[in-house]
Design a protein around this ligand. Structure first.
Ligand code: ZN
Length: 114
């Protein structure tokens, strides 16, 4: 058995004592407050945004269709290049679409955990 100092009044007390005989403070109170659950931190995370990838998808899809018609109308090498750029744009739209799916799944998982 050893002696410790009371956190409240500073007097020497037994480390076996459940509470301080001088001020009555419960020794369990000395323990640091419980660490916050990671779950509560997760709910504090910023909400999942669908807006940005949705806008990117809509714009890139529009560029793709415009480039198809424009490239067809212009014709020749220039038309092929414009169609090629439209193809890249459609790839970006597809990536944005995948991102939306990932976020929808993430959103669903968060709802399930609550
Ligand atoms: Zn005390």
């Amino acid at each position: 058995m050893s002696m410790i100092y009371c956190m409240e009044c500073g007097k020497q007390i037994s480390d076996m004592a459940e509470s301080c005989p001088y001020c009555g403070m419960t020794m369990y109170n000395i323990q640091p407050p419980p660490i916050q659950q990671p779950q509560s931190r997760q709910s504090a995370k910023k909400p999942i945004s669908f807006t940005k990838p949705a806008i990117v998808m809509v714009i890139c899809t529009a560029i793709y269709w415009i480039s198809l018609f424009a490239g067809d109308a212009i014709g020749g090498i220039t038309g092929v290049i414009i169609m090629g750029l439209g193809g890249i744009s459609s790839s970006v739209a597809f990536i944005a679409f995948l991102l939306i799916i990932v976020r929808v799944v993430e959103y669903g998982f968060r709802k399930l955990r609550k």
